[in-house]
Ligand binder design. Sequence first.
Ligand code: SF4
Length: 324
Amino acid sequence: MNMEKILEVKNLKTYFTLKSDKFGAEPEVVKAVNDLSFDVMKGEILGIVGESGCGKSTLGKTILKLNHKTDGEILYHGEEVFNLNDKDLKDLRKQMQMVFQDPFSSLNPRKKVGSLLAQPLQIHKMGSKQEIDEKIDRIMKEVGINPVYKGRFPHQFSGGQRQRIGIARALMLNPEFIICDEAVSALDVSIQAQVLNLLLDLHDKYNFTYIFIAHDLAVVEFISTKILVMYLGKIVETADKKELVKSHLHPYTKALFDAFPATNPKGRENRDPVLMGDVPSPINPPSGCYFHPRCPRAMEKCKMEYPPLREVSPGHKVACWLYE
Ligand code: SF4
């Protein structure tokens, strides 16, 4: 794999301030992305996994400057995304695309599919009408939709077909980097597999770089080359996929794997109790390690201090006092 660094995220914070309805009260702050640092290499598929509300979708949108950032850096090919002027940002948007969870809400229901696919090229003034038509036909075939259906509206397709159209729309501008945000979560399992295989085929053909965001570890494990586990806005563990499957260390990562028996048939006698309770509020996270109220291994120290993210073996980092 080419090891060119395509994206660097350094100490990124995205906070949201909530208005308080109590007179004189301090506004509440949601630390959705809380001091994250990681790199993405060209051609890599970085899976980001965590329960709902852990900040993974906010992270994806902040990378594309669809959200504000509070602090930190997002360097795409070494350029700070938030310093780009409008023209450079428009150029960047050609290279970085997003595929959303709900293709129905991201596709204008009043436009025919051909028109939806033409739109990105028209906005960026890329190609004549004939070239755009030819590209629509080619990309529709590539994602497994017969181009004769380009005169149909989104509601005339199944959920899986609509997600293929969402992927086709992302491909129209020849991107190199695609963020898939819960892109298969709304689909039946058999359709999920088809869409994941399509994304892998496209990755192999075009050497795309993906960030693949999902709450479902099975999906993330299937598609990713590297995995980053998030909990309440923080990275708690990250490693290459093979390493993480073989040796997941953080009690939260263990709980995610233990809830997913298909990949972990061995060593079941070493399993921790199943993850209990809900994710705490990101407005007022627990003291110390945010995971301590749910952690079967919690110690006194865990309630006092947040553990740093340490490298325990090359490329394998974990934030847990068990691995000091
Ligand atoms: Fe559990 Fe403590 Fe590790 Fe947090 S730091 S995951 S509470 S053992």
